[in-house]
Design a protein around this ligand. Structure first.
Ligand SMILES: Cc1ncc(C[n+]2csc(CCOP(=O)(O)OP(=O)(O)O)c2C)c(N)n1
Length: 567
């Protein structure tokens, strides 16, 4: 981290300290929305070289900061005013917390003397965000501010990353103090990050891998966070171990690799789910064993010993007991495992068994009738060669994107995993585009999710962010409709959006964003090509088959072998 001289013995206002801190932490882009309590900070921002992206809703700002962080690997920063500005961030903060995304969230607060008096636009944001942040601070004294800013970035980005809120009363932003150096020394009692895995645990795990006949590598978001994808590939190839992923692990292993089996869980592939049932050693790396992944817990991986590698000790044994726990950084742990397994292995029998499942049960859909949503994703994949950065919303389109947009690299597929928050896709794509201006960024969304943050079309238009929005428009809250079809005898209770939906092409046009509507399969390729070739933002409204279902599906609470596979 850079050590900067903030001007020996010069007095700085709280706002100036915040700007200095952002500069010293290497932040060049922040997302936010102004209001009374943060006006002094905005005034300082106005004079600084930091780029501020004005979204149209605070939720847009926090999701954009999140998308920026997921794609860049750097912390995302967002700013909101006190009260409603801060409370509008809650979904985005929770989302980042569930998916372990490093965010520093700066909120304005009423003046120190006004706290606790139900003052205008007062909300106890440190109280509210206590369970959804890795840590939070209320800065009551300007002399603490530089130290708190440094600690906030340190906590957000180290160990298991997560969101940190810094709540700053208005008068703290205008008071002055002397700041000698940034960063000031860290003063973090009780916060220890254990990166180095224990050598004995590594030895035990290496022995278990060497002895296993049917081992399975199981990669989650932690592999991407720790940059362990290369080490994962080396271990898989040297030891001839097939790889399954969680949705958060998409990008941790190239999906065109012969050892890639697929995503596991509720909408995972048959082969991945069968492999979990049959493996004798499951090596979980940076995974939470979340219920969407495990299905019924007591039937999960019944024949396997489990190695669980995670930087967060609290994850070990939380959902699934681990026979060999390894607390530490995933990259260091995988590297140590490779070093402790000098002899390469071959496991043709196990691989062939998995290949047979893959051949027998590929992902499939009826290509011969209607305009299928899966076809849209397949075409997008073909036209971009799997090289785009894809951001999704939540619902059926998200699962089809996971299934049919096969990625090769980490940080190229972002989605709301743990929280499953509709409204994430479009603002997160804006953040992704700002993190990677040269990349093709595609937001795959549904008509329900899109309308949760469609105001961000204004942000996209104003900053000319060349995001391509592909709307899988089925006129339903499709995933809700699917559950109602499967589990509620087809009673579609309040899940039909069609009658109230706007004309999405006209809506985009109102923001100055060109758009096309696709109603037949024959128009699809041309429209997607137009969107991808266009230099600026573009929206394609694809009227897909309304009642298509996401398959395979493990019903909630069932075990992984109880999949609905047919149409
Ligand atoms: C903020 C929020 N509210 C409600 C839900 C519950 N939910 C999950 S999927 C879904 C439907 C999504 O519809 P749409 O965005 O049109 O996508 P589709 O499933 O049709 O592809 C709903 C309502 C949610 N995940 N997030």
């Amino acid at each position: 981290m850079a050590v900067g001289d903030c001007g020996a013995k010069s007095k700085l206002t709280g706002s100036q300290i915040i700007i200095k801190a952002l500069q010293e932490e290497g932040v060049d882009t922040v997302f936010g929305y102004p209001g009374g309590a943060v006006l002094p900070l905005y005034d300082e921002l106005y004079r600084s070289n930091i780029r501020h992206i004005l979204t149209r809703h605070e939720q847009g700002a926090v999701h954009a900061a999140d998308g920026y962080a997921r794609v860049s690997g750097k912390p995302g920063v967002c700013i909101a005013t006190s009260g409603p500005g801060a409370t509008n961030l809650i979904t985005g903060i929770t989302n980042a917390f569930m998916d372990s995304v490093p965010l520093v969230v700066l909120t304005g607060q009423v003046g120190v003397g006004m706290i606790g008096r139900d003052s205008f636009q007062e909300a106890d944001i440190t109280g509210i965000t206590m369970p959804i942040t890795k840590h939070n601070f209320l800065v009551r004294d300007v002399r603490e501010l530089a130290g708190v800013m440094h600690e906030a970035f340190y906590i957000a980005t180290t160990g298991r990353p997560g969101p940190v809120v810094v709540d700053i009363p208005k008068d703290v932003t205008t008071q002055t103090t002397v700041v000698d150096k940034y960063p000031p020394p860290l003063n973090l009692r009780g916060y220890r990050v254990c990166r180095e895995p224990h050598p004995l645990q590594i030895l035990q795990a290496a022995r278990a891998i060497a002895r296993a006949e049917r081992p399975l590598l199981f990669a989650g978001g932690g592999v991407i966070t720790s940059g362990a994808h290369e080490e994962l590939k080396i271990l898989a190839e040297k030891q001839d171990i097939p790889v399954i992923i969680t949705m958060m692990g998409k990008g941790a292993f190239p999906e065109d690799h012969p050892l890639f089996v697929g995503m596991v869980g509720m909408h995972g592939t048959v082969a991945a789910n069968y492999a979990v049932g049959e493996c004798d050693l499951l090596i979980g790396i940076g995974v939470r064993f979340d219920d969407r992944v495990t299905g019924r817990l007591d039937k999960f991986a019944p024949k396997a010993r489990i190695i669980h590698i995670d930087i967060d000790a609290a994850e070990i044994g939380k959902n699934v007991p681990a026979h060999i726990p390894i607390v530490g950084d995933a990259r260091l742990a995988l590297k140590a495992l490779v070093d402790n397994l000098p002899r390469p292995a071959l496991r043709p029998e196990w691989r062939n068994r998995i290949r047979a499942w893959q051949e027998e049960h590929p992902l499939q859909y009826d290509r011969d009738c209607g305009l299928k949503p899966q076809l849209v994703i397949e075409e997008l994949h073909r036209l971009t060669g799997g090289e785009a950065i894809v951001s999704t919303d939540v619902g059926q389109h998200q699962m089809w994107a996971v299934q049919y947009y096969r990625v090769k690299r980490p940080r190229s597929f972002i989605s709301s995993g743990g929280l499953g928050a509709m409204g994430f896709g479009v603002p997160a794509a804006m953040g992704a585009q700002l993190a990677r201006p040269e990349a093709t960024v595609i937001a795959i969304t549904g008509d329900g999710s899109f309308q949760m943050n469609s105001q961000e079309l204004a942000t996209i238009s104003f900053y000319r962010l060349p995001v391509k929005i592909i709307l899988l428009d089925n006129g339903y809250l499709g995933m809700v409709r699917q559950w109602q079809e499967f589990f509620f005898d087809g009673r579609y209770s309040y899940s039909d959006l069609a009658a109230g939906n706007p004309d999405f092409v006209k809506l985009a046009g109102a923001y100055g964003i060109p758009a096309l509507r696709v109603t037949e399969a024959s128009q699809l390729t041309g429209a997607l090509e137009r969107a991808l070739e266009h230099e600026g933002p573009f929206l394609v409204d694809v009227k897909v088959d309304r009642e298509e279902n996401v398959l395979p599906m493990v019903p909630p609470g069932a075990h992984l072998r109880e999949m609905i596979v047919g149409g």
